[in-house]
Design a protein around this ligand. Structure first.
Ligand code: ZN
Length: 107
C-alpha cells in the first residue's frame, strides 16, 4: 500500500485543516435558517479555496449528506412529540403543547 504523507502546509494539509474546522462548526445540524445558509456559504467558500484538491468536494458533499440525514432523523424522532404529534423543540424539557417530558439524546 502506497502511503501518502501530507507535509504540513501543503494544499491537502491546508484543505484538511479547513475541513476539520468547518465540521466542528456545523457538526450538529440546527433547524434555524441561519445555520443552513451559513453552512452552504462555508461549503462554497471551501470548495472555491480548495478546488485544486479534488477530494475536498467529495468531503464537503459527504458532510452535507450527513447533516441532512441527521436533521431528517431529528425531524422524525426528536422534533415531533410522540405523545401529541406536534412539532416541539428538543431543547425544551417538556412539550409546550401537551407537557410530555422530553428525553434528550446524548447530553
Ligand atoms: Zn406533546
Amino acid at each position: 500500500m502506497a502511503e501518502r504523507k501530507f507535509i504540513k502546509g501543503c494544499k491537502e494539509w491546508l484543505m484538511f485543516q479547513d475541513f476539520y474546522r468547518f465540521v466542528q462548526s456545523y457538526y450538529q445540524p440546527e433547524s434555524r435558517e441561519e445555520y443552513w445558509t451559513s453552512c452552504i456559504d462555508s461549503v462554497s467558500e471551501l470548495h472555491k479555496t480548495h478546488k485544486e484538491v479534488s477530494l475536498s468536494k467529495h468531503l464537503l458533499l459527504g458532510f452535507l449528506n450527513h447533516i441532512e440525514e441527521v436533521s431528517k432523523g431529528q425531524n422524525e424522532e426528536e422534533w415531533i412529540c410522540p405523545a401529541c404529534g406536534k412539532f416541539r423543540n428538543p431543547n425544551d424539557r417538556f412539550c409546550r403543547h401537551c407537557g410530555e417530558k422530553i428525553e434528550r439524546n446524548g447530553n
